[in-house]
Design a protein around this ligand. Sequence first.
Ligand code: G6P
Length: 366
Amino acid sequence: EAAEKGGYPHFMLKEIFEQPSAFSNTVSPRLRDGKIDLGIELTDEQLKNFKQIHIVACGTAMHAGIVGRYLIEKLARIPVNVDVASEFRYRDPILNKEDLVIIISQSGETADTLAAMRLAKKHGAHTLAVVNVVGSSIAREADSVLYTWAGPEIAVASTKAYTVQLSVMYLLAFKLGLCKGTLSQADAVALIDELAGIPVQLQSILGHAEEYKAIAEKYCHAEDMFFIGRGLDYALSQEGSLKLKEISYIHSEAYAAGELKHGTISLITDGVPVIALATQQRLCEKMVSNIKEVKARGADVLFICYEGYGDCSEFADSVIALPQSNDLFAPLLSIIPMQLFAYYVALLKGCDVDKPRNLAKSVTVE
Ligand code: G6P
């Protein structure tokens, strides 16, 4: 097992550090001369004609779907629903033949996700699976398959599989935008170029691991933590919070920052850690005003923003600065410090990082 860990103390840490190469392996083969070739049988005409998209998955894969919704709606202007598979399959969803159902699953074996896909097929929707395990049940039964090439993921808490699922969501959103005509060729070329540059940025963020460890030391004794954000940052808050609770057993919640005052703010008292993401320029001012609200109630704020943010000493107790980026790509960057933060908090608490209690890598029974 030590050999399989390649010198890392845990699979989770190894898999976090494999993200730049997993990303390149998934994205590079699909880019040719500034064009996207998804390698699926669906024609541009078919992609153009989907009226509605459903993204169905569980856990971390569902969180990748939430980012996918944001990207597809923004770039391709097609309405997207995201649902956890166990809800989708029992709520009599409205499915039509003109619908695309995107099924995301690392293992390709999650029982609820597989059942949701079968239901979608029964209704005549086109099912497109985003799967990491070649030949898995979901991959075999889907109408089309887009493989993520993360390689085997052993740690129960998903890290590199999430990042490559996100990478596929970007490719899909670009492709759909191009087919719909809502994204110009020139804009697509620029976005593709930025996407291709992500692994270099991931590598540089990974170089800050020790810094995130020091921040984890400060927060590892907390009993509760709250993650807040708006837009894509809210989507990322959900994954950051899940990662932390899965492996460190610290109670953690993600909240849309604008929704704080409708509940969660009652839980903010002296010293409660609030991890606040602010990578979306358009929403930054509103985010800062939410952060000041929690700060006024005594929160200890860990602020995640871009380098060069300026003076945040008024409301931030600790800061994680990400390399400057197009806001659309921020999820690919902000996830790394959150994964490492969760990892180090769990490690410092003496938790079994790779095999957290009560959780399974793949949930093949309902
Ligand atoms: C389990 C795992 C999670 C994973 C989820 C969905 O809960 O512990 O890490 O996100 O299942 O798994 P899938 O293989 O369908 O992506």
